[in-house]
Design a protein around this ligand. Structure first.
Ligand code: ADP
Ligand code: MG
Length: 277
Protein backbone atom coordinates (compact mmCIF):
# COMPACT_ATOMS: atom_id res chain seq x y z
CA UNK A 1 0.00 0.00 0.00
CA UNK A 2 1.19 3.45 -0.87
CA UNK A 3 0.92 5.86 2.03
CA UNK A 4 3.40 8.51 0.94
CA UNK A 5 3.56 10.21 -2.46
CA UNK A 6 5.89 8.59 -4.98
CA UNK A 7 8.72 10.91 -6.05
CA UNK A 8 8.41 12.35 -9.59
CA UNK A 9 11.77 10.86 -10.37
CA UNK A 10 14.02 8.44 -8.58
CA UNK A 11 15.73 10.04 -5.57
CA UNK A 12 19.33 9.04 -4.92
CA UNK A 13 20.45 10.05 -1.45
CA UNK A 14 23.90 9.74 0.07
CA UNK A 15 24.00 9.41 3.85
CA UNK A 16 27.28 11.00 4.86
CA UNK A 17 29.19 12.33 7.86
CA UNK A 18 32.86 11.47 8.24
CA UNK A 19 32.37 11.16 11.99
CA UNK A 20 31.83 7.58 13.06
CA UNK A 21 28.98 6.54 15.32
CA UNK A 22 26.61 9.41 14.51
CA UNK A 23 23.85 7.17 13.18
CA UNK A 24 24.56 7.00 9.42
CA UNK A 25 23.95 3.29 9.09
CA UNK A 26 21.06 3.24 11.55
CA UNK A 27 19.38 6.09 9.70
CA UNK A 28 20.03 4.56 6.27
CA UNK A 29 18.46 1.20 7.05
CA UNK A 30 15.57 2.43 9.18
CA UNK A 31 14.62 5.24 6.85
CA UNK A 32 14.82 2.78 3.95
CA UNK A 33 12.57 0.37 5.88
CA UNK A 34 10.18 3.20 6.72
CA UNK A 35 9.86 4.27 3.09
CA UNK A 36 9.48 0.63 2.01
CA UNK A 37 6.76 0.19 4.62
CA UNK A 38 5.01 3.23 3.18
CA UNK A 39 4.87 1.63 -0.25
CA UNK A 40 8.10 2.86 -1.83
CA UNK A 41 10.58 0.57 -3.58
CA UNK A 42 13.91 1.25 -1.89
CA UNK A 43 17.47 0.19 -2.66
CA UNK A 44 20.18 0.47 -0.01
CA UNK A 45 23.74 0.55 -1.32
CA UNK A 46 26.22 -0.39 1.40
CA UNK A 47 29.50 1.44 0.83
CA UNK A 48 31.03 0.76 4.23
CA UNK A 49 33.44 -2.21 4.36
CA UNK A 50 32.05 -2.94 7.84
CA UNK A 51 28.83 -4.02 6.13
CA UNK A 52 26.66 -2.90 9.04
CA UNK A 53 23.80 -1.84 6.78
CA UNK A 54 23.86 -5.26 5.10
CA UNK A 55 23.74 -6.92 8.52
CA UNK A 56 20.80 -4.82 9.67
CA UNK A 57 18.88 -5.62 6.49
CA UNK A 58 19.49 -9.33 6.98
CA UNK A 59 21.27 -9.87 3.66
CA UNK A 60 24.28 -12.13 3.13
CA UNK A 61 27.58 -10.34 2.95
CA UNK A 62 30.46 -12.69 3.57
CA UNK A 63 33.59 -12.35 1.44
CA UNK A 64 32.94 -13.48 -2.12
CA UNK A 65 29.23 -12.52 -2.24
CA UNK A 66 28.68 -10.16 -5.20
CA UNK A 67 28.85 -6.75 -3.57
CA UNK A 68 29.64 -3.07 -3.96
CA UNK A 69 33.31 -4.00 -4.25
CA UNK A 70 32.89 -5.98 -7.48
CA UNK A 71 30.49 -3.31 -8.71
CA UNK A 72 33.01 -0.50 -8.20
CA UNK A 73 35.86 -2.33 -9.88
CA UNK A 74 33.57 -3.22 -12.76
CA UNK A 75 33.54 -7.01 -12.41
CA UNK A 76 29.78 -7.32 -12.17
CA UNK A 77 26.55 -5.52 -13.00
CA UNK A 78 24.08 -4.12 -10.51
CA UNK A 79 21.54 -6.90 -11.09
CA UNK A 80 24.14 -9.49 -10.06
CA UNK A 81 24.58 -7.87 -6.67
CA UNK A 82 21.08 -6.82 -5.68
CA UNK A 83 19.55 -8.86 -2.86
CA UNK A 84 16.06 -8.75 -1.45
CA UNK A 85 15.80 -8.01 2.26
CA UNK A 86 14.02 -10.98 3.86
CA UNK A 87 11.75 -8.66 5.87
CA UNK A 88 10.25 -6.57 3.08
CA UNK A 89 9.37 -7.07 -0.58
CA UNK A 90 9.99 -3.38 -1.18
CA UNK A 91 13.49 -3.32 0.27
CA UNK A 92 16.57 -4.22 -1.76
CA UNK A 93 20.25 -4.09 -0.87
CA UNK A 94 23.60 -4.20 -2.57
CA UNK A 95 25.73 -5.49 0.28
CA UNK A 96 29.26 -4.60 1.28
CA UNK A 97 31.78 -7.28 2.15
CA UNK A 98 35.17 -6.96 3.79
CA UNK A 99 36.63 -6.99 0.24
CA UNK A 100 35.59 -3.34 0.03
CA UNK A 101 38.27 -2.46 2.59
CA UNK A 102 40.93 -2.47 -0.14
CA UNK A 103 38.85 -0.60 -2.69
CA UNK A 104 39.79 2.87 -1.51
CA UNK A 105 43.37 2.15 -2.62
CA UNK A 106 42.51 0.11 -5.70
CA UNK A 107 40.25 2.86 -7.00
CA UNK A 108 43.05 5.44 -6.99
CA UNK A 109 44.57 4.13 -10.21
CA UNK A 110 41.29 3.47 -12.01
CA UNK A 111 39.75 5.43 -14.86
CA UNK A 112 36.95 7.76 -13.71
CA UNK A 113 37.70 6.73 -10.17
CA UNK A 114 35.18 9.17 -8.66
CA UNK A 115 32.34 8.09 -10.92
CA UNK A 116 32.53 4.30 -10.72
CA UNK A 117 29.36 3.93 -8.67
CA UNK A 118 27.44 6.42 -10.79
CA UNK A 119 28.43 4.54 -13.94
CA UNK A 120 27.52 1.19 -12.45
CA UNK A 121 24.05 2.16 -11.29
CA UNK A 122 23.27 4.16 -14.44
CA UNK A 123 24.47 1.62 -16.92
CA UNK A 124 22.54 -1.24 -15.37
CA UNK A 125 19.34 0.76 -15.42
CA UNK A 126 18.14 0.10 -11.91
CA UNK A 127 14.95 1.76 -13.11
CA UNK A 128 14.13 -1.74 -14.31
CA UNK A 129 13.35 -2.50 -10.69
CA UNK A 130 11.15 0.57 -10.48
CA UNK A 131 13.11 1.90 -7.52
CA UNK A 132 11.81 5.10 -5.94
CA UNK A 133 14.61 5.72 -3.46
CA UNK A 134 18.28 4.78 -3.43
CA UNK A 135 20.01 5.31 -0.08
CA UNK A 136 23.79 5.02 0.05
CA UNK A 137 25.45 4.29 3.39
CA UNK A 138 28.94 5.82 3.54
CA UNK A 139 31.99 4.86 5.60
CA UNK A 140 33.23 7.29 8.28
CA UNK A 141 35.71 9.11 6.02
CA UNK A 142 35.76 11.53 3.11
CA UNK A 143 37.78 9.22 0.86
CA UNK A 144 37.02 7.86 -2.59
CA UNK A 145 34.13 5.67 -1.44
CA UNK A 146 32.25 8.66 -0.05
CA UNK A 147 33.14 10.71 -3.13
CA UNK A 148 31.74 7.94 -5.33
CA UNK A 149 28.54 8.10 -3.30
CA UNK A 150 28.38 11.89 -3.71
CA UNK A 151 28.92 11.69 -7.45
CA UNK A 152 26.21 9.05 -7.84
CA UNK A 153 23.62 10.95 -5.80
CA UNK A 154 21.65 14.18 -6.12
CA UNK A 155 20.99 14.61 -2.44
CA UNK A 156 23.06 14.38 0.71
CA UNK A 157 21.46 13.45 4.01
CA UNK A 158 23.57 14.34 7.05
CA UNK A 159 22.77 12.59 10.32
CA UNK A 160 23.86 14.61 13.34
CA UNK A 161 24.10 13.12 16.78
CA UNK A 162 22.63 15.22 19.59
CA UNK A 163 25.87 15.16 21.58
CA UNK A 164 28.84 17.32 22.44
CA UNK A 165 30.78 18.43 19.34
CA UNK A 166 27.77 17.63 17.15
CA UNK A 167 28.85 20.10 14.46
CA UNK A 168 32.52 19.19 14.65
CA UNK A 169 33.74 18.22 11.20
CA UNK A 170 30.52 19.35 9.55
CA UNK A 171 32.29 22.37 8.04
CA UNK A 172 34.77 20.08 6.35
CA UNK A 173 31.94 17.84 5.13
CA UNK A 174 30.12 20.84 3.63
CA UNK A 175 33.33 22.01 1.92
CA UNK A 176 33.80 18.57 0.39
CA UNK A 177 30.22 18.52 -0.82
CA UNK A 178 30.93 21.94 -2.37
CA UNK A 179 34.02 20.59 -4.12
CA UNK A 180 32.14 17.62 -5.53
CA UNK A 181 29.34 19.94 -6.61
CA UNK A 182 31.63 22.36 -8.45
CA UNK A 183 33.90 19.78 -10.09
CA UNK A 184 31.98 16.54 -10.47
CA UNK A 185 28.25 16.77 -9.77
CA UNK A 186 26.52 20.16 -10.09
CA UNK A 187 23.20 18.70 -8.91
CA UNK A 188 24.50 17.69 -5.50
CA UNK A 189 23.01 19.45 -2.49
CA UNK A 190 22.26 18.85 1.17
CA UNK A 191 18.54 18.14 1.12
CA UNK A 192 18.13 16.70 4.59
CA UNK A 193 19.64 16.82 8.07
CA UNK A 194 18.42 14.32 10.65
CA UNK A 195 18.96 14.72 14.39
CA UNK A 196 19.75 11.33 15.89
CA UNK A 197 20.08 9.82 19.36
CA UNK A 198 18.08 12.63 20.89
CA UNK A 199 17.69 12.30 24.64
CA UNK A 200 14.82 14.50 25.76
CA UNK A 201 15.90 14.31 29.41
CA UNK A 202 19.05 16.30 28.78
CA UNK A 203 19.38 20.00 28.24
CA UNK A 204 22.31 19.32 25.96
CA UNK A 205 20.17 17.51 23.39
CA UNK A 206 17.90 20.53 23.09
CA UNK A 207 20.84 22.90 22.83
CA UNK A 208 22.39 20.81 20.07
CA UNK A 209 19.08 20.54 18.23
CA UNK A 210 18.68 24.31 18.38
CA UNK A 211 22.23 24.92 17.21
CA UNK A 212 21.81 22.54 14.27
CA UNK A 213 18.50 24.13 13.29
CA UNK A 214 19.95 27.62 13.33
CA UNK A 215 22.95 26.40 11.31
CA UNK A 216 21.04 24.44 8.66
CA UNK A 217 17.58 25.97 8.73
CA UNK A 218 14.77 24.24 6.87
CA UNK A 219 16.67 21.20 5.70
CA UNK A 220 16.57 19.81 9.26
CA UNK A 221 13.68 17.37 9.59
CA UNK A 222 11.13 18.22 12.25
CA UNK A 223 11.06 14.54 13.17
CA UNK A 224 13.87 13.78 15.60
CA UNK A 225 15.18 10.27 16.24
CA UNK A 226 15.22 9.47 19.97
CA UNK A 227 17.94 7.51 21.67
CA UNK A 228 16.34 4.10 22.12
CA UNK A 229 17.59 0.69 23.15
CA UNK A 230 15.32 -0.99 20.58
CA UNK A 231 17.03 0.89 17.78
CA UNK A 232 20.46 -0.33 18.88
CA UNK A 233 19.28 -3.92 19.50
CA UNK A 234 17.59 -4.47 16.14
CA UNK A 235 20.71 -5.03 13.96
CA UNK A 236 21.79 -7.85 16.28
CA UNK A 237 18.75 -9.75 14.96
CA UNK A 238 19.40 -8.83 11.34
CA UNK A 239 16.45 -6.46 11.48
CA UNK A 240 15.52 -2.82 11.27
CA UNK A 241 13.67 -1.42 14.26
CA UNK A 242 10.53 -1.39 12.11
CA UNK A 243 10.55 -5.18 12.05
CA UNK A 244 12.07 -5.70 15.47
CA UNK A 245 9.59 -3.53 17.37
CA UNK A 246 7.16 -1.76 15.03
CA UNK A 247 5.37 0.09 17.82
CA UNK A 248 8.50 1.47 19.47
CA UNK A 249 9.32 5.15 19.59
CA UNK A 250 12.34 4.50 17.39
CA UNK A 251 10.24 2.82 14.70
CA UNK A 252 7.59 5.55 14.83
CA UNK A 253 10.18 8.31 14.59
CA UNK A 254 11.73 6.78 11.47
CA UNK A 255 8.25 6.39 9.93
CA UNK A 256 7.68 10.08 10.64
CA UNK A 257 11.03 11.01 9.15
CA UNK A 258 10.23 8.97 6.04
CA UNK A 259 6.87 10.69 5.63
CA UNK A 260 8.47 14.09 6.03
CA UNK A 261 11.17 13.35 3.48
CA UNK A 262 8.65 12.04 0.99
CA UNK A 263 6.43 15.09 1.48
CA UNK A 264 9.30 17.51 0.97
CA UNK A 265 10.61 15.91 -2.18
CA UNK A 266 14.11 16.55 -3.39
CA UNK A 267 13.85 20.33 -3.31
CA UNK A 268 16.94 22.42 -2.85
CA UNK A 269 17.11 24.45 0.35
CA UNK A 270 16.28 27.71 -1.46
CA UNK A 271 13.21 26.19 -3.07
CA UNK A 272 12.19 24.80 0.31
CA UNK A 273 12.41 28.21 1.91
CA UNK A 274 10.43 29.87 -0.87
CA UNK A 275 7.77 27.18 -0.61
CA UNK A 276 7.44 27.85 3.09
CA UNK A 277 6.85 31.56 2.64
P1 ADP B 1 27.59 5.32 11.94
O1 ADP B 1 27.08 4.50 10.81
O2 ADP B 1 27.50 6.79 11.70
O3 ADP B 1 28.97 4.91 12.35
P2 ADP B 1 25.68 3.85 13.53
O4 ADP B 1 24.40 4.00 12.81
O5 ADP B 1 26.41 2.56 13.33
O6 ADP B 1 26.64 5.06 13.20
O7 ADP B 1 25.40 4.11 15.07
C1 ADP B 1 26.44 4.05 16.02
C2 ADP B 1 25.96 3.30 17.26
O8 ADP B 1 24.90 3.99 17.86
C3 ADP B 1 25.44 1.91 16.94
O9 ADP B 1 25.80 1.04 17.97
C4 ADP B 1 23.94 2.10 16.90
O10 ADP B 1 23.25 0.92 17.25
C5 ADP B 1 23.74 3.18 17.93
N1 ADP B 1 22.57 4.00 17.63
C6 ADP B 1 22.32 4.68 16.48
N2 ADP B 1 21.15 5.33 16.56
C7 ADP B 1 20.64 5.06 17.78
C8 ADP B 1 19.46 5.48 18.49
N3 ADP B 1 18.54 6.28 17.93
N4 ADP B 1 19.28 5.01 19.75
C9 ADP B 1 20.20 4.21 20.33
N5 ADP B 1 21.32 3.80 19.72
C10 ADP B 1 21.56 4.22 18.48
MG1 MG C 1 28.03 3.09 9.63
Amino acid sequence: KVTVPKPHEQRIITVANQKGGVGKTTTTVNLAAALAHQGMKVLVIDLDPQGNASTALGVEHHSGIPSTYELLIGEIKVQDAIQQSPHSDNLLCIPATIDLAGAEIELVSMVAREARLKGAIQEANIAGYDIDYVLIDCPPSLGLLTINAMVAAREVLIPIQCEYYALEGVGQLIRNIGLVQSHLNPELHVSTVVLTMYDGRTKLADQVAEEVRSHFGDVVLRSVIPRSVKVSEAPGYGMTVLDYDPGSRGALSYLDAGREMAARGAARPAALTEGAQ
